[in-house]
Design a binder for this molecule. Structure first.
Ligand code: FES
Ligand SMILES: [Fe+2]
Length: 481
């Protein structure tokens, strides 16, 4: 019922508010690992609280009240959202820079500002202190106190936030292109939580389980055979712009017979049995066949609904294409629509899983209403909760610290880890900072070397100074006979 009543989401958000940091002992925070290139197993270099130098979907714009801030957590940061002077959603740290109170418990007394509930430090969207209410207008705090503010941008009702330390990258590089195309696409969305790390949440895409195993009893799979052919070989991968990784889907016909057909069951000699066990699903597919053949497929796979083409390769351009896209997205072109799932890190073991669903906009108003009712009434549950919930069930209990024994079908996963640890903006920034550090060290070393030669001259100088008092003394004696 999560797709409709959202009790679980509300419960988790309440728990996050309840466990906000507080008190006298700083939370034990081990610095997340910095992406890098050491070692064949890249898991220890994956930042468990997410890559920072990216735009992330934060929350629906409608969640932020007009006159009250809202507490939110992502990438381990505690954030207070409120309304800026122009009505858009602004974000500042939840931690007041005066004495650490929770900004989200404050109020928005003046347009475009947020006031701390403790001593009334009042900040604007840029994080500048504009007033310190209990000290009156002559307080010296305004102009001197600053709170960390995060750049934000609202697109089609979703607030995106820049989490990086560096200058924000163009947002077009980090969010699906349909978010800028309101004219020709519709946009449906929801979000939920998975109790696992962000990397586990996205690694589960494009691996061997999707070939008719984990989802074998989802409603989607029971209605019609979907999924890839089984194969013992990896799909091969293509890197696009250091932002996306595309599986090339080679080797999918490995078990195909001479007529190009995959058989439903395969024989496994090691267990002397077939998988799947039994053929009862085929009977169910038979029941749904007329519906697909005569009605649904005819409708959905006809112009102008099909094929859905995405503007660029990195966003799963053609029917059947899929992609991993940084910072934390899985993208699939289902033919009639584009599926985007972001696993936004909240804590090390909790991800906010955000779904964007795009398809061509229906021409008539009535058809648009039907599209909407159909998505929120049925499809959202069918795909994002019933089907994808099975991904969560298997991914969440994984132990990411244990030794792995990867198979050839995990090759794409290895490439994803390489992308995160070697090609992401964070990895490049870390490399640039290391280079800067190395250069600074070299400068310091050469300075030390020249200081060393200075030491010599200082030695000489000090021997001169040692002689100088005598000289002074002589001079003095001359002055005072
Ligand atoms: S702690 Fe926020 S104003 Fe004092
Ligand atoms: Fe899956």
């Amino acid at each position: 019922m999560g797709a409709y009543l959202r009790f679980a989401e509300k419960r988790i958000e309440k728990a996050l508010r309840r466990t906000a940091t507080r008190g006298v002992i700083p939370p034990v925070r081990v610095a997340p690992p910095v992406p890098g290139t050491t070692g064949a197993d890249r898991r220890p270099m994956i930042p468990y609280l997410g890559l920072r130098e990216y735009w992330y979907p934060a929350l629906p714009d409608s969640k932020v009240p007009a006159k009250k801030p809202l507490y939110w957590r992502m990438l381990g940061d505690e954030i207070a959202f409120f309304r800026a002077a122009d009505g858009s959603v602004a974000a500042v740290s939840d931690i007041c820079p005066h004495r650490g109170a929770s900004m989200a418990q404050g109020a928005c007394f003046y347009k475009g500002t947020i006031s701390c509930p403790y001593h009334g430090a009042t900040f604007d969207a840029a994080g500048e202190c504009k007033a310190f209410l209990p000290e009156g207008p002559d307080s010296t705090m305004p102009g001197n106190l600053k709170i960390r503010s995060y750049p934000t941008r609202t697109l089609r009702g979703w607030v995106f936030i820049w989490m990086g330390e560096g200058t924000p990258a163009p947002i077009e590089e980090d969010v699906p292109p349909e978010l800028f195309d309101e004219k020709s696409t519709v946009f449906f969305t929801t979000y939920t939580y998975w109790d696992c790390n962000w990397m586990l949440a996205i690694e589960n895409q494009n691996d061997s389980h999707n070939g008719f195993f984990v989802h074998r009893n989802s409603v989607m799979q029971l209605m019609m055979y979907r999924g890839r052919g089984r194969t013992p070989l990896g799909p091969r991968s293509k890197l696009v712009h250091d932002r996306a990784l595309i599986p090339l889907m080679k080797n999918q016909g490995y078990y195909r017979d001479a007529d190009g057909k995959d058989s439903y069951q395969l024989y496994y000699p090691g267990v002397d049995g077939h998988w799947p066990i039994g053929t009862w699903r085929k009977w169910l597919w038979g029941l749904f066949k007329p519906w697909y053949k005569l009605v649904y497929n005819r409708w959905r796979m006809s112009e102008p609904r099909y094929p859905y083409k995405s503007p660029s390769e990195e966003w799963a351009q053609d029917v059947g294409a899929s992609a991993w896209h940084l910072p934390c997205m899985v993208r699939v072109n289902f033919g009639a629509f584009a599926f985007t799932r972001s696993a936004v890190p909240v804590t090390e073991n909790l991800s906010r899983v955000v779904y964007f669903h795009h398809r061509r906009r229906a021409g008539w108003k009535v058809a648009q209403w039907i599209q909407k009712a159909w998505f929120y009434g049925y499809f959202n549950w069918w795909l994002h909760y019933n089907f994808s919930g099975q991904d969560r069930d298997v991914a969440a209990p994984c132990r990411y610290w244990t030794e792995e024994n990867l198979s050839p079908t995990d090759s794409h996963l290895v490439m994803l880890r390489k992308l995160v640890t070697e090609r992401s903006r964070d990895a490049k920034r870390a490399a640039a900072l290391a280079e800067e550090g190395r250069a600074a060290k070299e400068t310091a070393a050469s300075k030390r070397a020249s200081d060393a030669s200075l030491d010599v001259s200082l030695d000489e100088a000090s021997s001169l100074t040692e002689r100088a008092p005598a000289l002074e003394f002589v001079v003095g004696r001359t002055d005072k006979p």
